[in-house]
Design a protein around this ligand. Structure first.
Ligand code: ARG
Length: 274
């Protein structure tokens, strides 16, 4: 072993002690997961149809994808449910192996995590009261907007980096998209900005009072996040590719989009998948 290598090994050892084992094991993560016999997905299960609670169980499109990842690795799947803005810190603290949370792959987040290939095209949608003042995207100017804390909807409306063409009067941040919608129903905010499919699910439940606008706020894509440098990315990409090529991804998505609580549709998706 030459001097350079030895320094590298010593450094790695020191980093292991400083950061905790799993954070630096990123490169051999797949091996570590197989040895542990389980893979840990972290999410925020307030995002139907991607992840939500059906009784005690967490279900949704992302969970179906995660099950395939676990299957590919030959291990059990464990899911932890935490606040959306804690997902990246939790992953980087070594508390989970990947994030599957309808997470938009943004350059800002790429500083802290690696993203898999995209698996879903989404947009930020505006929800307004049917009898309210917001009738178009431009009407958000000067309005009070509700968002889920730490999401791209929050980032875009807050406009810290000045990249948004709209300047709202105030952004109210909620732990759950559902709470933002409750405040919209109560007239405390003028609009809610949230991802398109969750928006549809939220509106469905109160279709007599609120609606989504056709005009989207932004376009984005979802990907699965893994620790920087993790070899798990390749496994995740393989699974996404296989699901896309076999047509299974479409089946999973349509089963949850038609009606996430419809057990018949979910069963159909899993039996078709088999
Ligand atoms: N796509 C948005 C983002 O990445 C919102 C995701 C919210 N996901 C959730 N599971 N609550 O910021």
């Amino acid at each position: 072993m030459n001097m350079k290598k030895m320094t590298a090994v010593l450094l790695a050892g020191a980093m292991t002690m400083a950061m905790g084992a799993s954070a630096v094991m990123a490169e051999g993560e797949v091996e570590a997961i197989k040895a542990a016999g389980k893979v840990v997905m972290t999410t925020n299960a307030e995002f139907e149809p991607f992840e939500f609670k059906d009784g005690e169980e967490i279900v949704g499109i992302d969970v179906e994808i995660a099950k395939k990842i676990a299957e590919k690795l030959g291990v059990e799947l464990e899911i932890t449910d935490i606040a959306f803005d804690s997902l990246i810190p939790s992953l980087n603290a070594g508390k989970a192996d990947f994030i599957a949370a309808g997470m938009t792959a943004t350059d800002e987040r790429r500083k802290n995590v690696d993203f898999s290939d995209d698996y879903f095209n989404a947009s930020q949608t505006i929800i307004t009261a049917i009898d309210g003042e917001v009738k178009s995207r431009a009407d958000l100017e000067g309005k009070i907007v509700g968002v889920q804390q730490g999401t791209t909807g929050d980032i875009y409306c807050t406009n810290e980096d000045g990249s948004s063409d709209i300047s709202v009067a105030e952004v109210r941040r909620y732990p759950k998209g559902m709470d933002a919608v409750s405040d919209l129903l109560a007239g405390r905010v003028d609009a809610v900005v949230i991802d398109d499919f969750p928006a549809k699910k939220l509106v469905e439940k109160n279709a007599d009072k609120i609606m989504t606008l056709d005009e989207a706020m932004t376009e984005e894509t979802y990907a699965i996040a893994v620790p920087l440098g993790s070899d798990l990315t390749e496994v995740v990409n393989e699974v996404i590719k296989e699901l896309n090529e076999s047509g299974e991804m479409d089946k999973i998505v349509s089963a949850y989009i038609s009606d996430g609580t419809d057990e018949a549709a979910e069963e159909e998706a899993s039996s078709d998948a088999a």
